[in-house]
Design a protein around this ligand. Structure first.
Ligand SMILES: NC(=O)c1ccc[n+]([C@@H]2O[C@H](COP(=O)([O-])OP(=O)(O)OC[C@H]3O[C@@H](n4cnc5c(N)ncnc54)[C@H](OP(=O)(O)O)[C@@H]3O)[C@@H](O)[C@H]2O)c1
Length: 292
């Protein structure tokens, strides 16, 4: 099931002049703008990545569940940057979604140059209080969908002259997260996977980056049920995305970047200090706002 309708729906496909299925490669040849797929484009960090790619001359494939948000963003990207957007609504908690998404892109003849896996969510509270179905969905969206989209689109990305893969991890990836246990574990996975892919592609054309934001004022904390809970240096979303593009624009991009000097220092320290101490501090921070 995709968005409860059982079918993929394109609400905004600028290159759709006829009812005929578009041919795969000729469309791209006639239309040389690169294409970026951004999941989680309906809000926060994903929406900002979509704006930046549009400003850099990319066309977009916007993925999330909230179609109205994606259609609104698509219209803005076209007005502001002349970018053509395809809106694909998808619930990435559905195990069938990544495969269906990629089949849809193939059937439209879209070759992908950049992929940003930004869709993700967390859950605040003790592990034993978490709804099992929500735990499964969190792992499905944060881990499985991200992994499968990376895998399924990798041939396109690697074949592109300017291939980019950005996976959004978190400062939570740098130490376990009491009260955010599943979320932190999923982000540690994303960091590990992405850094391994960086190593596999080092020296090739594909640039691979794990971006670790600290706390950002998006819908993240509302969705997680942890309003008011912020650990670390809060940065504006555009600044976080700047960090990613600065890294990607380097001649030899790093495997991962942490946004914010203070967040970077904390991440480094977490790797140096004994685990018991890291966990003690993490637990106190999660429980006691006074020590943050
Ligand atoms: N904000 C922070 O403090 C922070 C810090 C570190 C890392 N991150 C990470 O940054 C990424 C972006 O988060 P954000 O801060 O921009 O939060 P956000 O504003 O809540 O955006 C999350 C995005 O993920 C999409 N999403 C969530 N569940 C989905 C599902 N089942 N299927 C499809 N799309 C889904 C949402 O779209 P729909 O609801 O429309 O489906 C939305 O576009 C996430 O991976 C998050 O873990 C955030």
């Amino acid at each position: 099931m995709v968005n409860g309708r059982g079918a993929w729906h394109s609400a905004f496909w600028v290159d759709r002049p006829t009812g005929r299925p578009p041919p795969r490669r000729p469309v791209i040849a006639a239309h040389p703008r690169p294409v970026a797929v951004v999941t989680g484009a309906s809000s926060g960090i994903g929406a900002e990545f979509a704006r930046r790619f549009a400003a850099r001359g990319y066309d977009l494939v916007l993925v999330a569940r909230r179609e109205d948000r994606l259609v609104e963003l698509a219209a803005r990207l076209e007005a502001d940057h002349g970018a053509a957007s395809t809106v694909l609504t998808a619930d990435l908690a559905d195990p069938a979604a990544p495969g269906a998404l990629v089949r849809e892109l193939e059937s439209r003849g879209v070759l992908v140059d950049a992929l940003v896996n930004s869709a993700g969510f967390g859950t605040y509270g003790p592990f034993e209080g978490e709804e099992p179905d929500r735990v499964a969905a969190e792992i499905q969206v944060n881990v499985t969908a991200l992994t499968l989209l990376s895998r399924l689109l990798l041939p396109d990305l690697a074949a592109s002259r300017r291939g980019i893969l950005v996976n959004i991890t978190s400062t939570a990836a740098y130490q376990p997260g009491p009260s955010f246990a599943v979320y932190a574990a999923t982000k540690a996975y994303v960091r590990s996977l992405t850094e391994a892919l960086w190593a596999e592609h080092r020296g090739g054309r594909l640039r691979v980056l794990a971006l670790a934001p600290g706390p950002a004022e998006t819908e993240f904390f509302d969705v997680a049920g942890s309003d008011g809970f912020r650990i670390g240096q809060v940065l504006p979303v555009p600044q976080i995305v700047d960090v990613a593009f600065r890294a990607l624009d380097r001649r030899d991009p790093p495997p991962s970047v942490v946004a914010g000097l203070r967040n970077r220092a904390t991440a480094v320290a977490a790797g140096l200090v004994p685990r018991r101490v890291v966990l003690h501090v993490a637990r106190r921070l999660a429980r006691d706002p006074e020590v943050r």
